[in-house]
Design a protein around this ligand. Structure first.
Ligand SMILES: Cc1cc2nc3c(=O)[nH]c(=O)nc-3n(C[C@H](O)[C@H](O)[C@H](O)COP(=O)(O)OP(=O)(O)OC[C@H]3O[C@@H](n4cnc5c(N)ncnc54)[C@H](O)[C@@H]3O)c2cc1C
Length: 222
């Protein structure tokens, strides 16, 4: 068994380009394309957002890839306007060389009590042992997956338009949300705030969540 940290990889994007493309689409409404200047998108986006004219945000999308636990994607897949491709526990057989002949569990670093963490760790070891025993008995992966816990790590590719990202990030970064979800969603929100402040600047989140528990975020060309 391997205990691994969650991470999030964001498709490389240029926030200013995204905001300018949204401005261009939005100006169709008023045929005010002639008013576009270097920074006219700032005022336009602010006006749209304060007036609830948010459908314009749907013209642009961003894809992210995460390695997170099953509990995280159970929550995220409730969002109906996002698209998902998720590592299948029906087809991915963790006894195979490809997976290092082991199950990866996401480190619940937010379990600060040592004794509780130890119980969790022992439980994961036992689960992996039983999974491999079932495999040795030739049980199909479909059956073995029945014993996989929420902590199992899985890769997720998720795409959403900017309007839906704003909605998801405003719901999934508060203190009411499971810490495993906050671990990946807060760093993503902070990245979006940095790159597109005119759109994400007003989204509130749990500022008291331990920064040491944030998932590592990188940007890459997909
Ligand atoms: C803190 C927290 C706790 C939660 N606890 C639970 C729980 O205990 N049990 C549980 O089952 N779920 C729970 N949820 C999930 C929650 O109820 C939603 O299913 C989930 O957050 C998706 O949100 P949404 O419907 O706003 O989003 P999306 O599917 O992302 O939709 C975006 C928006 O589109 C509109 N929309 C979409 N579909 C419809 C529709 N059919 N009719 C009208 N408007 C629509 C709504 O305005 C919606 O906000 C929880 C969520 C949070 C954030």
């Amino acid at each position: 068994m391997k205990v691994v940290e969650p991470y999030i990889v964001v498709e490389k994007f240029d926030g200013i380009k995204i905001m300018k493309r949204i401005e261009r689409a939005c100006r169709t409404c008023y045929r005010s394309e002639g008013k576009i200047t270097e920074d006219s998108y700032k005022k336009l986006l602010k006006n749209c957002i304060t007036r609830g004219h948010e459908s314009v945000l749907e013209h642009e999308k961003i894809t992210v890839r995460m390695f997170c636990d099953i509990g995280v994607y159970k929550d995220l897949t409730r969002h109906r306007f996002a698209s998902f491709s998720i590592e299948s526990t029906r087809y991915c057989s963790y006894d195979k060389d490809k997976y290092g002949n082991e199950i990866k569990f996401i480190n619940p670093s937010y379990i600060k009590d040592e004794k509780t963490y130890h119980v969790w760790e022992e439980c994961m070891k036992e689960i992996e042992k039983k999974y491999m025993e079932m495999k040795e008995l030739d049980a199909p992966t479909d059956m073995c997956r029945l014993i996989l816990p929420h902590s199992t790590g899985a890769e997720v590719t998720m795409t959403a338009n900017i309007r839906e990202w704003k909605h998801i990030l405003s719901l999934r970064t508060t203190k009411h949300v499971h810490p495993a979800v906050r671990q990946v969603m807060i760093p993503l929100l902070l990245k979006f705030k940095e790159e597109m402040p005119e759109i994400f600047g007003d989204v509130e989140y749990d500022t008291e969540f331990d920064k040491n528990d944030y998932a590592k975020l990188t940007m890459e060309e997909f």
